[in-house]
Design a protein around this ligand. Structure first.
Ligand code: HEM
Length: 512
C-alpha cells in the first residue's frame, strides 16, 4: 500500500536538497502564500517547524511509524505536521478515527495525488489511486461483486489447497536436501503467496512467468523510491528537475507488454471456447468488458491497471503477515504449543488439508488477528480531506493528508492490556473485536469505503498456509538463539516487513 513517509536515507537526502533549493522554490512554487490560508485556523498541536521543509527534520530518525508515534505521544492524538508543501494531520486514537470515518467518511475517501503518484498509478486508471469518483465506484463494485466476492474467493479454494500442500512438500524437500538443517521459511512463504495469487489472478498458463515476476518485483522497488515531486507537487521547478534514468517509464513499457501478452492469450482462448469457461480474474474482467453494459468503459488499459493493482496489493501484505506470524509463534513457545494442539486435534488423521476442515480453529484465527495487531503490514492509511473540517475542536484544512497511525493505535495501552505481548487470547471469548472496519482500535485493513477489498482473499491464504505448517511440522530456532532473543527488527518499505530472513528448523510431525 502507499505510504506517506519515505525511507530515512531518502528523507535526509530530501532535507538537504530541499534546503538547497529553498530560495528558488519559494519564488517558483509560491509555497509561502499557499500556507497563508492557515492563518486564523485552530490547528492541532505539532512539533516545531523549519522554513520550507516544515517538520521533515523530526521524521528523519528511526522508522516512520515509531517516530511519528513518539511525536504523537508528546503532542496528542491529533497532531499537525507540515512536510514541505504537504500538510498532514496524524490521527493516533480510535475515538478520532471514529469521528472522522463514521458519518462523514465521503469527505475522507480521496487518496493522495501528485505527479509522482500519478505516473506510478498510470494516472489513476487502476483502483488503489483512483480519485474518489465514478471510475473508482465502478471498479470498486466490480471488485466487491465479482473479482473478490465471497463466491469468487471460494472458487479459488482448490488453488490454495494445492499451493499449501506444495508449501509443505517444499519445506520437507529443502530440509532433507540440507540434512535436516535450517530452511528459509520467509522465502517459501513468498513463493506460496506468489503462486497462489498468480494462479487466481492470471491463471495456470501465464506465459513467461519468470519475466513477469522479475518485472513485478522491480515495480515494487520503484514504488518505494522517494520522489521530490510528491513533497512539492505544485512546484514547476521541481517538475523540471532531471528524473533519474527513465527507469520508471521503461518499467511501465515492459509491464504493459507482458500484460498485453496475458490479455491476448486469454482473449484467444475465450474466442475458441465461446468465452464459456472462467479460470481466473483476467477472464472475469474480459467477460465484463464483452458484456459492455456499464457506464464507464472497461478498456484494455483499465483492465491492465486493475490487474497490476490487485496483484501488487495481494503479494507483500499477505506474505509479510505470514512471516510475522511464524516469527511470533517460534518466539512464544506457549502460544505455538496451544495453536499446534488445536490444529492437530481438528485435523487428526488427515494426510492433506482442506479448507472446510479449518472452520473450528478459533485459536488459529485469534493468532492471525494478534499478528495483524502487532505487525500491520500497512502501518498507516493516508487519505485526503476534501473539505475544511473540525475534529475534536481542531481545524483540518481542505487538502490536508489525514494519516491514521494504525500501528500506534494497535499498541496503545488505552485499548490493549500489555500491548507489546503476543497474546492471541485477547481475541478469544467475549471479545469480538474484528478487522473489518467497525472496531476503530484495530484497523489493519483500513476503514470505510476504501477499506481493503482483499480481506477474504488474504485471510483464506494466511489461514491454510499457517495451519499446514503447524500441523505437519514442529519448529525449532537456529542453535543458540533463545525464543525471547529473536531478531524482530522491522524494515519500513512497501510493507512493514522483517529485516532478518526467517531461518527455522522444521521437524516432521505428520509426514507429507
Ligand atoms: C494481510 C493482507 C492485507 C493487508 C493488511 C491490506 C491492507 C490494506 C490497506 C490498509 C488498504 C488501504 C485501506 C484504506 O485506505 O482504508 C488496502 C487497500 C487495498 N487492498 Fe489490501 N491488504 C491486504 C491484502 C490484500 C489483498 C489480498 C488484495 C487483493 C487480492 C488487496 C487489495 C487491495 C486494494 C485493491 C486496495 C485499494 C482499495 C480502494 O482504494 O478502494 N489487499 N489494503
Amino acid at each position: 500500500m502507499e505510504q506517506f513517509a519515505v525511507p530515512c536515507y531518502d528523507l535526509c537526502l530530501c532535507f538537504f536538497v530541499a534546503l538547497l533549493f529553498y530560495a528558488v522554490l519559494r519564488a517558483v512554487s509560491g509555497s509561502g502564500s499557499k500556507h497563508r490560508r492557515l492563518i486564523g485556523l485552530r490547528l492541532p498541536p505539532g512539533p516545531w517547524q523549519l522554513p520550507v521543509v516544515g517538520s521533515l527534520h523530526h521524521l528523519v530518525r528511526g522508522l516512520p511509524h515509531r517516530t511519528i508515534c513518539d511525536l504523537s505521544l508528546r503532542h496528542g492524538p491529533l497532531m499537525f505536521l507540515r512536510v514541505c508543501e504537504r500538510l498532514a494531520i496524524v490521527v493516533s486514537s480510535a475515538e478520532a478515527v471514529r469521528e472522522i470515518y463514521k458519518g462523514n467518511e465521503a469527505l475522507f475517501s480521496e487518496r493522495l495525488s501528485s505527479p509522482g503518484i500519478d505516473e506510478l498509478s498510470r494516472h489513476g486508471q487502476g483502483v488503489i489511486f483512483a480519485p474518489y469518483g465514478d471510475h473508482w465506484r465502478l471498479l470498486r463494485r466490480i471488485l466487491m461483486t465479482e473479482l473478490l466476492s465471497a463466491r469468487r474467493i471460494e472458487s479459488f479454494q482448490r488453488i490454495r489447497e494445492e499451493e499449501a500442500a506444495r508449501l509443505v512438500s517444499s519445506v520437507q524437500a529443502k530440509s532433507s536436501s540440507c540434512g535436516g538443517g535450517l530452511v528459509n521459511v520467509g522465502e517459501l512463504l513468498d513463493e506460496f503467496m506468489t503462486d497462489s495469487a498468480v494462479r487466481a489472478i492470471f491463471g495456470d498458463r501465464l506465459p513467461d512467468r519468470a519475466a513477469f515476476m522479475k518485472i513485478v518485483k522491480q515495480g515494487v522497488s520503484l514504488a518505494s523510491l522517494f520522489d521530490l515531486r510528491d513533497l512539492f507537487p505544485s512546484s514547476r521547478l521541481v517538475r523540471l528537475l532531471p528524473r533519474g534514468s527513465g527507469k520508471a517509464e521503461r518499467h511501465r513499457q515492459e509491464m504493459f507488454k507482458l500484460m498485453d501478452n496475458i490479455l491476448k492469450t486469454h482473449q484467444e482462448r475465450r474466442a475458441s471456447t465461446d468465452g464459456d469457461d472462467e479460470h481466473d480474474l483476467v477472464d472475469v474482467l474480459l467477460r465484463i468488458q464483452e458484456e459492455g453494459d456499464i457506464r464507464v468503459s472497461l478498456t484494455d488499459g483499465v483492465i491492465r491497471a486493475v490487474l497490476i493493482d490487485v496483484f501488487g496489493a495481494a503479494l507483500d501484505t499477505t506474505s509479510t503477515t505470514l512471516q510475522w506470524a511464524m516469527a511470533e509463534l517460534v518466539a512464544n513457545p506457549i502460544v505455538m504449543h496451544k495453536v499446534q494442539l488445536e490444529t492437530r486435534r481438528v485435523l487428526a488423521g488427515q494426510a492433506t488439508i482442506q479448507e472446510s476442515m479449518l472452520k473450528d480453529m478459533h485459536y488459529l484465527r485469534a493468532t492471525i488477528k494478534e499478528t495483524l495487531r502487532l505487525h500491520p503490514p500497512a502501518p498507516f492509511f493516508p487519505r485526503l480531506c476534501l473539505q475544511d473540517y473540525k475534529i475534536h475542536g481542531y481545524d483540518v484544512p481542505r487538502g490536508a493528508i489525514v494519516l491514521t497511525n494504525v500501528w500506534a493505535i494497535s499498541r496503545d495501552p488505552k485499548y490493549w492490556d500489555e500491548p507489546e505481548m503476543f497474546r492471541p487470547e485477547r481475541f478469544e471469548g467475549n471479545n469480538d473485536v474484528d478487522f473489518r472496519g467497525m472496531d476503530f482500535e484495530f484497523t489493519p485493513f483500513g476503514v470505510g469505503r476504501r477499506i481493503c477489498p482483499g480481506i477474504g482473499f488474504a485471510h483464506a491464504s494466511i489461514e491454510i498456509a499457517l495451519a499446514s505448517l503447524l500441523y505437519h511440522f514442529d519448529w525449532d530456532l537456529p542453535k543458540g538463539v533463545e525464543p525471547g532473543k529473536m531478531d524482530m527488527t522491522e524494515v519500513f518499505g512497501v510493507t512493514l516487513s522483517r529485516k532478518a530472513n526467517l531461518f527455522l528448523h522444521p521437524i516432521s510431525y505428520v509426514p507429507v
